[in-house]
Write a protein that binds this ligand. Structure first.
Ligand SMILES: NC(=O)c1ccc[n+]([C@@H]2O[C@H](COP(=O)([O-])OP(=O)(O)OC[C@H]3O[C@@H](n4cnc5c(N)ncnc54)[C@H](O)[C@@H]3O)[C@@H](O)[C@H]2O)c1
Length: 386
């Protein structure tokens, strides 16, 4: 079949630049029936040596060192934003004005205000858009969504989730610069709230509906760090840890925790949902498994079952190996590329869109403000089942 081309211009060749490039490269082999095929047209980063080497390594046809030039190119259909958070706004607005499709890394923006303008820009310019909340596309997580939507759990009472890391405990770690932009409020917007809890919030609302209000606390454990750019000891302004609880629109209670100070945990992302008839739990460290408790089981065999989500009947798995063989973290990105291409074929939005991601941004904003003001905050989330 002669394929239609989706010519990609990717900006930023760090961690996410690699996961996305791998996604574009692998989709044609594993999703051969799609009408569209991604073409690695150009990659952009500031350092010529680095971007040239990246282009060669990943098979991009060309490279740029100025993202504005990339956006103006006629041979690019879609801009993929894999830069630190402070660049998302400017690049997305320019790309939308140039009529390019946009695939933007999460969080959508540093602030709600920036996010609102980004949503307006893609909607006014009618450009296709999606945000890489990739965990939705791990087969076990997608299966959790199917089970919740089937009504098997009944009325939901509790949603519990955390995302724990330990990489910033060392007080000599600097903030800012190319390697530590996540520690710098100017570049990142917030700390664990926008970086890690944003994933938890996106999944929580996708699985369990809108979050109505929040009560949060944040902490900065190391108050000052050397700034890479100024060489000065400066106040740390990002949240090192954040805990919040909330009400969902469906009446259930939510409990969220994220920190970069949980010694021993590198990326412990988990969620658990407790309903009237059953419960589900999932853990990123064992990402192909979904645990399910079904109260309808016969009493003599009743207990948590551990579903190894690798069967062809289960989400995405008919595209991979044979039943029993696992997939990994990188497959969430491959699946998101495939779903984006399907959305082009079907002329439908690819969720989460910028507008969906803005709802997550509203919760992040309310969380930061609740912690600062030490009071409950309404989120104003308008969640439609997506
Ligand atoms: N979906 C996920 O699970 C996930 C995981 C990690 C990061 N992220 C998000 O992805 C984005 C990038 O994070 P990362 O971990 O890949 O960061 P990174 O530091 O590894 O890479 C950032 C890249 O952007 C480039 N860059 C910075 N400013 C630029 C500019 N002006 N022009 C061109 N290139 C520029 C850097 O040179 C670098 O190559 C962030 O928004 C982050 O929140 C998402």
């Amino acid at each position: 079949m002669l394929k239609k081309e989706l010519r990609i211009g990717l900006i930023g060749c760090g961690f996410m630049g690699r996961t996305h490039s791998n996604g574009y490269a692998r989709v044609p082999n594993f999703f051969p029936d799609l009408e569209y095929k991604p073409i690695l047209k150009a990659v952009c980063s500031r350092s010529e040596d680095k971007v040239k080497a990246f282009a060669e390594q990943w098979g991009y046809e060309s490279y740029e060192t100025d993202w504005r030039k990339l956006i103006q190119r006629d041979d690019i259909d879609a801009i993929d934003i894999c830069t630190p958070n402070n660049m998302h706004f400017e690049i997305a607005i320019a790309a939308a004005k140039a009529g390019k499709m946009i695939l933007c890394e999460k969080p959508l923006s540093r602030t709600l205000e920036e996010g609102m303008q980004m949503v307006l820009a893609v909607e006014e310019n009618k450009v296709r858009n999606t945000v890489w909340y990739n965990y939705r596309r791990l087969p076990a997580v997608t299966l959790a969504k199917q089970i919740v939507d089937s009504g098997k759990l009944g009325k939901i009472f509790h949603y519990r989730t955390n995302f724990l890391q330990d990489w910033t405990i060392n007080e000599n770690l600097p903030q800012g610069g190319r390697a530590f932009w996540r520690m710098d409020a100017e570049a990142a917007g917030s700390g664990v709230t926008g970086d890690l809890l944003a994933h938890c919030i996106d999944l929580a609302m996708w699985l369990n509906g809108g979050i109505k209000d929040v009560s949060a606390m944040t902490e900065i454990f190391v108050k000052q760090r050397m700034h890479e750019e100024t060489g000065q000891l400066e106040d740390v302004k990002i949240d090192d840890a954040c805990l919040f609880h909330c009400h969902f629109d469906n009446g259930s209670l939510g409990l969220f925790e994220s920190t970069r100070y949980a010694r021993g945990h590198k990326a412990l992302f988990t969620f658990e949902i407790n309903g009237e008839h059953g419960s589900l739990r999932w853990d990123l460290h064992d990402l192909n498994r979904l645990e399910f408790f079904d109260n309808a089981d016969d009493s003599i065999v009743k207990g948590w079952r551990s579903i190894h989500v690798t069967d062809g009947d289960q989400p995405y798995m008919n595209k991979w190996w044979v039943p029993g063989l696992s997939v990994g973290y990188e497959h969430s990105f491959i699946h998101q590329v495939a779903d984006f291409l399907v959305s082009l074929e079907k002329n439908q939005p690819c969720h989460p869109t910028f507008r969906d991601a803005l709802e997550t941004q509203k919760v992040c904003d309310a969380v930061i403000s609740s912690a600062k003001n030490r009071r409950w905050e309404e989120t104003d989330v308008e969640w439609i089942d997506k």
